[in-house]
Design a protein around this ligand. Structure first.
Ligand code: UDP
Length: 321
């Protein structure tokens, strides 16, 4: 049994990670400032044996003795991370620095939640971990992309300088029950629009692609990475390698919900990546991991959750996009 810190533990992925680790019998401390996470996400296990909560930002120094630290603290959807870009950048860079200091002082192993966004608008397809990316340093997505890139730089400098035991997961688009319905991302937007009979908002021509990973597959991959042998300290992509255009996603959602909604095209946001798909060879080889939930099956689980969210105003949601 380990004592594990999950920063961003009240977010969509963080809360499910906390629950899986509790189910495995570990002591879990969730640290969150509720910037985009919410107490509602963790209410089902507040009070459970082995669970504790620290309500603070990773921008403030973090104390405690942990065996493992999962750093998931960051706003993650474009509308949220762009709402206060300076805060987003600081959260990635200063937050990771604070946690690396904690890891260095106490000998904890640290896993950094990085992102497919570090590849920017990629020129290499699918994206392998040894691709350095194509990122605009001064655009509206840069606060997130460059913040996460800077965090990766710090992680490996702490490994080289101080021998910190590190893991880096590059997370590709993930969805599932528990997402903030107002998070502004494409899966939640389309499902909610279809359920309400509103137009589905396709940004651009909808030919841009994404690869959607179901929540539980992703959590499994992250936990396997943390528990992999120490030489697996290089970045590992975790995502679903089956690629869809955004228009295909919209059509699938409409078919599954049997909605009268129509598709409308809105302007494409600046620097929106045109293609994104993970090469998961490393995850397959080193973690024995690959996703097992096809998009249709994952949407079958997500749709009832979003239906419940819009029918039950009692479900508090985090920050509005
Ligand atoms: N998108 C869209 N309609 C929406 C929300 C997003 O067409 O209502 C597009 C967005 O422009 C991007 C893709 O869907 O090309 C994925 O966007 P999301 O915000 O989910 O995540 P990203 O991969 O951009 O971080």
């Amino acid at each position: 049994m380990k004592h594990i810190l999950v920063t961003g533990g009240a977010g969509f992925l963080g809360s499910h990670l906390c629950e899986r680790l509790l189910d495995q019998g570990h002591n879990v401390t969730c640290l969150d400032n509720y910037y985009t996470g919410s107490k509602a996400n963790i209410s089902r296990f507040i009070g459970r044996n082995g669970f504790s909560l620290i309500e603070q930002s990773v921008l403030d120094p973090v104390d405690g003795q942990y065996d493992e630290i999962y750093n998931l603290a960051s706003p993650a959807s474009p509308p949220h991370y762009q709402a206060d870009p300076i805060f987003t950048f600081k959260t990635s860079v200063i937050g990771t620095l604070n946690l690396l200091e904690l890891a260095r002082r106490t000998g904890a192993k640290i896993l950094q939640a990085s992102t497919s966004e570090i590849y920017g608008d990629p020129h290499v397809h699918p994206q392998r971990e040894d691709y350095w990316g194509n990122v605009n340093t001064i655009g509206i997505r840069s606060c997130y992309d460059e913040g996460k890139r800077g965090a990766e730089t710090l992680i490996y400098d702490y490994q080289r300088m101080h021998g910190v035991n590190v893991r880096v997961v590059r997370i590709f688009n993930t969805y599932g029950p528990g997402m903030n319905p107002e998070d502004g991302r494409v899966v939640s937007n389309f499902i909610i629009q279809a359920l309400r009979g509103e137009d589905l908002t396709i940004y651009g021509d909808g030919q841009q692609t994404r690869s959607f990973c179901y929540r539980d597959d992703l959590i499994e991959g992250i936990i396997r990475l943390m528990n992999a042998p120490d030489h697996v300290s290089f970045p590992v992509n975790i995502g679903n390698p089956v690629e869809f255009t955004i228009r295909e996603l919209a059509e699938l959602v409409l078919e599954m919900i049997d909605s009268p909604s129509k598709l409308v095209n809105l302007p494409l946001p600046q620097d929106d990546p045109t293609q994104r798909c993970p090469d998961i060879t490393r995850a397959r080889e080193h973690l024995g991991w690959e996703p097992t939930t096809p998009l249709r099956e994952g949407l079958e689980k997500a749709i009832p959750y979003f239906r419940h969210c819009i029918e039950s105003p009692a479900i508090p949601s985090a920050r509005k996009a």
